[in-house]
Design a protein around this ligand. Structure first.
Ligand SMILES: [Zn+2]
Ligand SMILES: [Zn+2]
Length: 397
């Protein structure tokens, strides 16, 4: 069975232009040569509208609603509409998006013709027009060269961009491969009168996955655009991925591209660490060693007469707010006021729990001059701080 792209074990480097960040030189020269249309205001609103799309996008749902009120629903119709929705949906998601815009797998001619016809039924324009815009979306994500720039707001990125003439034109994107493709050309020559129409799964992150053929894992897709999956786990709701996989089993598709699991997991780890870092930052931590005043032994003794100060591991702790809450009894704390309780705290009298170590560190008010242990000592670093999330710049310090 033939396929659009020569079969290779791995894609050549020049076949991967869509996942590289926006090329600055290209971006600038494009901005210089493209005249941007004026911003939309109340005065030019009517002249800037794409009337064909306004009528089509307005009339279709209107007819649907009217029809639903005047015609009794037959179960055959309901069943057909679900079937037709998925059929045309796969044309867009498995065809326009993952096969043609991203080349995330190879499809034989039979599957290509099927997807081209089903995709045309989705009324989202031609493969070439759609893929060109979509490649620009990935290349210039959320800039004004992104045809569905999320920076313009939710409504613009979902439907507004279809209702108005594009300003500026979408950024340059290479679609030479599609121009050469027999099936793409065939579709282009047979569906010309139909330009852009239905809203697509555009540029807003974190959307629901149901009802979009599994196109909802938008963040993953932008990180790994050539992966044939959007929901990376086999069980994640992504019917398009299952559809492509079944096509492979039937011999209709091949070379399904999958990003290395190791790299996918790295991205997942980063997200988890970010969330943990937020938790870490929401908690109160002991004062930094360098921020604590250095206190002499004499001063410590002197001030202990007025405050319940106790020395442990070179740190001076003020236990005024804790004496009565001490599980072992207030008398143990009183006994060690103005004294070094390191040995007693670390098992001499009682081997305290991790939580006790953490709480003790919160009571630090000073460092004893000459009494601070060198290096990283278990007795100095509380258990809750032995493993923590640090940014790269913080590690370098
Ligand atoms: Zn996107
Ligand atoms: Zn995409």
């Amino acid at each position: 069975m033939s396929s659009v792209y020569p079969r290779r074990a791995s894609p050549p480097v020049d076949a991967l232009p869509l996942c590289i960040p926006a090329d600055v030189e290209n971006f600038v020269s494009h901005m210089k040569t493209t005249k941007s249309l004026p911003p939309i205001t109340w005065n030019n609103l009517l002249s800037e509208l794409n009337w064909w799309n306004v009528v089509f996008l307005g009339l279709t749902p209107l007819l649907g609603i009217l029809g639903a009120y005047h015609t009794k629903l037959r179960w055959e119709t309901a069943l057909f509409s679900v079937f037709y929705y998925h059929l045309t949906g796969f044309g867009i998601t498995a065809g326009y998006h993952r096969l043609w815009a991203h080349r995330s797998y190879n499809a034989g001619k039979l599957l290509q013709y099927f997807l081209a016809i089903a995709g045309a039924g989705g009324v989202q324009g031609t493969i070439k027009w759609w893929s060109r815009g979509h490649r620009a979306h990935h290349r210039y994500t959320d800039t004004e060269l992104d045809p569905y720039n999320a920076g313009e707001g939710f409504w613009y990125s979902h439907i507004g961009w279809l209702l108005f003439r594009p300003r500026p034109k979408p950024g340059v994107a290479d679609v030479n491969d599609l121009t050469k493709n027999e099936v793409v050309r065939w579709q282009q020559s047979n569906t010309r009168p139909f330009a852009s129409t239905r809203s697509r799964t555009g540029s807003v992150s974190r959307r629901s996955t149901t009802g979009t053929g599994g196109e909802g894992y938008h963040n993953f897709h932008h990180q790994f655009p050539m992966d044939y999956r959007n929901g990376v786990k086999w069980y994640q709701y992504d019917p398009t991925k299952w559809f492509i996989w079944v096509c492979q089993q039937l011999g209709l598709a091949s070379h399904l591209k999958v990003f290395p699991d190791n790299e996918v997991r790295k991205s997942q780890l980063t997200m988890q660490l970010k969330r943990l870092r937020e938790t870490q930052e929401s908690l109160a931590w002991p004062s930094d060693n360098n921020d604590l005043p250095v206190i002499s032994w004499e001063s410590f003794i002197e001030q202990s007469a007025k405050h319940p100060l106790i020395l442990i591991s070179g740190f001076i702790h003020d236990l005024a707010s804790f004496i009565d809450d001490h599980p072992g009894g207030a008398h143990w704390i009183i006994k060690y006021i103005g004294k070094d309780a390191t040995t007693a705290f670390f098992g001499g009298v009682y081997n305290h729990s991790n939580a006790a170590h953490n709480l003790l560190a919160m009571k630090r008010v000073g460092v004893l001059h000459g009494g601070f242990p060198q290096g990283v000592d278990d007795k100095v670093v509380p258990p809750s701080q032995r493993l923590k999330i640090a940014r790269y710049a913080e590690l370098a310090r």
